[in-house]
Design a protein around this ligand. Sequence first.
Ligand SMILES: Nc1ncnc2c1ncn2[C@@H]1O[C@H](COP(=O)(O)OP(=O)(O)OP(=O)(O)O)[C@@H](O)[C@H]1O
Ligand SMILES: [Mg+2]
Length: 511
Amino acid sequence: MGDIILEMKSITKEFPGVKALDNVNLVVERGEIHALIGENGAGKSTLMNVLSGIYPAGTYDGEIYYDGELCQFKTLKDSEAKGIVIIHQELALIPLLTIGENMFLGNEKKNRFGSIDWDQTYNEAEKHMKQVGLHESAQTLIKDIGTGKQQLVEIAKAFSKNVKLLILDEPTSSLNDEDAKMLLDLLIEFKKDGLTSIIITHKLNEIIYCADKATILRDGSTIETLVKGIDDFSEDRIIRGMVGRAMDDRYPEREHNVSSEVGLEVKNWTVHHPLYPEKIVDDNISFKVHKGEVVGFSGLQGAGRTELAMSIFGRSYGTDISGEIYLEGKKIDLKTPEQAIHNKIAYVTEDRKTNGLILGESIRFNTTLARLDKVCSNGVIDSTAEKKAAEEMTEEMGTKTPSIEQMIGNLSGGNQQKALLGKWMFAEPNVLILDEPTRGIDVGAKYDIYCLINQMVDNGKSVIMISSEMPELIGMCDRIYIMNEGELCGEVEAKNTTQEEIMGYIMSTAN
Ligand SMILES: Nc1ncnc2c1ncn2[C@@H]1O[C@H](COP(=O)(O)OP(=O)(O)OP(=O)(O)O)[C@@H](O)[C@H]1O
Ligand SMILES: [Mg+2]
């Protein structure tokens, strides 16, 4: 064994009704990139929260040795003082503050009079930003940079704290491929300077690309640690460790019985930016989805796909919207999301934190939210019907939870996503719009979600799928529309296309 920087021994952590970690062991060597992997709810985030003192010593069993020393962190600050910095699954930056302000939030640079020293704040910030390849001004507001750069700000912030062990919890889940690769390359670069990283990701190709070792958790237990160059370090092998069996197919078989009847048609749809009305976000887009068809939308970030979906879904985005929507051949005007839901259109949002779920409420409460009428009699919620609905959807989605009374905010990231899907499945839509439906979802659960999608189209429904994962679109769709910079720039049959062809359409219209 080389030089061990971290050893977590027999860590056990319980929440009411849930044993999240059961005697977990983790050994990390100095200067390596160590992947932590496992299905949704396996305990990855919990283990890292134990390590960083978010769950203080005393609230878990087991021991943590860091740099050879037994550590009993009481707070996040204690672990940071040792150079352990965690970047969470959901970014914690404040949009209306500058990059520099965010970097030193709670850790402000003060001058000798006790007030904030802005020169020092911004100079220091820019020094660390350069380390991660960010060349903006530190006075730029967070909201004005993309998620890829925001993730880099988090890393720059870690450097400002003198990081030695960097923990990244799903850092690439909302990044496009290009930004994700840039981030992984940075980690590889930092490794040369001796930085140790622990990375959690559901994108297995990323593990193969950057990790030296991978520790697999399943149901709160350590299964094994695979070492690159010694063990089989392939995606198939990792999946076997995660789910306990081999998975021959990533995408379930489907009949592809596309009807000639059109479920949804959109004509000449144009949407302007809500804050800058002169800016066109979606420019004269026309498309249709047949009954029994899965139609994909591919494109880079900023292509206008989410804006298209949201504006169709009862004008929940945009201003000065023009164009026509036909539902089963009948022209309709959807002014609000309620009208869209009433017309049996559902939109599963890409950002479940702000748009999809009420985190402080239970699964039971959230499941029926879009269709209270289904569980109401005489305007009063029938609690038996409400419970039954939540039980059924939890079962069908395979959401891992001790009960339907569990608060959504206490579910693991992937299980929140399943609860969100359950909510919309309960609404029994005829047209289902899915925006990044498998973000942060493990391979096994992805398969389950794909099966649900297939079941819907087999029942004659229409499904629209927006995804940044091209293999997912190619594996699941009948047809794929390609968008770039607010315009439709191509349309392909999924079974005859390749990632290269789709990228080709995007690049040929990029300017
Ligand atoms: N604060 C909490 N209260 C109750 N249960 C919790 C809490 N935090 C986590 N859990 C439960 O502990 C288990 C492990 O959750 P954790 O968030 O560590 O999973 P994960 O491996 O990070 O999953 P994902 O890939 O979905 O993010 C889950 O069953 C989760 O519901
Ligand atoms: Mg997690």
